[in-house]
Design a protein around this ligand. Structure first.
Ligand SMILES: Cc1cc2nc3c(=O)[nH]c(=O)nc-3n(C[C@H](O)[C@H](O)[C@H](O)COP(=O)(O)OP(=O)(O)OC[C@H]3O[C@@H](n4cnc5c(N)ncnc54)[C@H](O)[C@@H]3O)c2cc1C
Length: 468
């Protein structure tokens, strides 16, 4: 991949470095081009020229969905992006109308919702984003290069650049190491970010961390998609719940295939052999995934991945910030992937960085981390809060949480018979509406009315098959 930056229009004479060419790094690079003369995106992987999984993004082989909010955010950053994604083969679907959702085993009422989400492999999303960013004036993408640490001014109050080494460089010592000067550095190097070590090396205070156990195991496999499969459905999601820490999903994506994932939590581990996968799918409260596994042709080997915990770094609480240093994407906050929020949260952070940069660069780290923390609050509440339903997860729960949990349990059951409740649930999950909408007086009434007829966890069969 070319590493030369092309001159851009007159901007402040600044150079920004973005560590990581994942979804977060590319989205951030896009907005930095509005404010900086040059932007260099550095990745330690050799970046492919066509969509392909790579070592630095192990989750790239797992099923990825782009939530409705994330799709809008990426279109805002890269106009026409989702059209391009669909032209490359991605599926575009009405989240409620084209999919079956099993919530606590109850199949949510299926109806058109206008909530539009996308099915595409993570390598395809990244490839198209990378092509967009590489075409921007002033941007250079430097791959096969590892960032080793930060360079700082002698008083260590602000960064002056990053220390890098070519990946193919000598194995001994710091052969090939160089310092790349920068006025602004954004760490978008993902969950494995070494930002804490780098800050420690500079004697800088470290942010507090919140960790909520997720203990998730994913097994993803691709199957050929044929028109008769599942009556033309584009997606299925069977969400695990207390007492049933198993789930799964399938999603239409590029190249005429379905990505299928089996999910286990808290000791449940989906197998990777054909018979075991089918038996696991048959144990889910929702028949669709097993139905597909029985009839569809597998296209690859299943790939397993573990995800131990949702982790959030509270940079916003630091009393003192390192000047010119920001952290975004999974490096800032990484969510249980079962909620599908990572790419959306990354794109939202880039949008708010754009807004803050337009207001000026003074005190940028403090302003960014505060705003990013507020933006992260909602997906964090959905993911980490959702996992706190499980008794296996340690964490603070107040009396109000028990009440809320009982209400939401009734809500999920009621959503099988009420299209409005089902739509709002999915709109919240897709970050199109605030979670408080679930508790609006109108919704509470609907839940009470509908749940009166419902019992405990469902069987995965619709209660009103004719209607939904
Ligand atoms: C199993 C699983 C399933 C998921 N499913 C979904 C989903 O359905 N929907 C969704 O929106 N999100 C999903 N996510 C999350 C999503 O993949 C990420 O949140 C999102 O892509 C943002 O990641 P990122 O760009 O911050 O980091 P990453 O994608 O991890 O990218 C980090 C980049 O930094 C590079 N790098 C790391 N260290 C260095 C270094 N020292 N020097 C140079 N380069 C470096 C890496 O090579 C990599 O390219 C899932 C995650 C997992 C684990």
């Amino acid at each position: 991949m070319a590493s030369t930056a092309r001159p851009g229009p007159a901007r402040e004479r600044t150079h920004a470095v973005v560590i990581g060419a994942g979804v977060a790094g590319l989205a951030v690079a896009r907005v930095l081009t509005d404010a900086c003369e040059r932007v260099t995106v550095i990745d330690r992987d050799t970046l492919p020229t066509a969509p392909a999984p790579r070592r630095g993004v192990p989750q790239g082989r797992q099923l990825h969905t782009l939530l409705a909010r994330g799709a809008l955010a990426l279109d805002e950053l890269f106009p026409g992006f989702t059209d391009e994604l669909v032209a490359a083969g991605a599926s575009r679907a009405d989240t409620q109308g084209d999919a079956h959702w099993y919530l606590d085993g109850h199949r949510a009422y299926r109806a058109p919702s206008g909530l539009i989400s996308y099915g595409a492999s993570r390598p395809l999303v990244e490839q198209l984003l990378r092509a967009r960013v590489a075409a921007l004036a002033g941007v250079g993408i430097r791959d096969s290069t590892e960032v080793l640490g930060l360079a700082a001014a002698p008083d260590r109050t602000r960064i002056t650049g990053v220390r890098v080494r070519p990946r193919s460089g000598g194995a001994s010592g710091d052969a090939g190491e160089e310092t790349l000067g920068a006025d602004l550095v954004v760490d978008a190097s993902g969950r494995g970010s070494r930002a804490l070590t780098w800050l420690e090396e500079l004697g800088h205070p470290l942010p507090a961390r919140t960790r909520v156990r997720a203990d998730v195991v994913y097994v993803t496999r691709r199957f050929r998609r044929e028109p008769h499969h599942l009556g033309g459905l584009m997606g299925v999601a069977v969400v695990g719940f207390p007492g049933m820490p198993r789930g799964g999903a399938l999603l239409a994506e590029e190249d005429g295939r379905f990505a299928v994932v089996l999910v286990g939590q808290f000791g449940e581990e989906p197998p990777t052999d054909d018979e075991g996968m089918l038996a696991y799918a048959e144990s889910l409260p929702g028949p669709d995934i097993a139905e597909l596994l029985r009839t569809a042709e597998p296209l690859d080997r299943p790939v397993k991945m573990r995800y131990p915990a949702s982790v959030r770094h509270h940079y916003e609480k630091l009393g003192r910030h390192l000047g010119g240093f920001l952290v975004a994407g999974d490096a800032l906050c990484s969510f249980n992937p079962a909620y599908g929020q990572g790419m959306t949260a990354a794109a939202q952070q880039a949008i708010l960085l754009r807004k803050l940069l337009a207001e000026g660069t003074d005190d940028l780290p403090r302003r960014f981390f505060r705003a990013a923390a507020r933006a992260v609050d909602t997906p964090w509440l959905l993911a980490a809060g959702g996992d706190l339903r499980f008794p296996e997860v340690e964490g603070r729960r107040g009396p109000a949480d028990g009440l809320l949990d009982r209400y939401l349990t009734r809500y999920r059951a009621a959503a099988s018979a009420d299209p409005v409740l089902a739509r709002t649930f999915l709109a919240v999950a897709h970050m199109m509406e605030p979670p408080a909408r679930l508790m609006s007086p109108g919704h509470v009434l609907r839940v009470l009315r509908a749940a009166r007829k419902a019992g405990g966890p469902g069987t995965g069969r619709p209660r009103t098959p004719a209607a939904s």
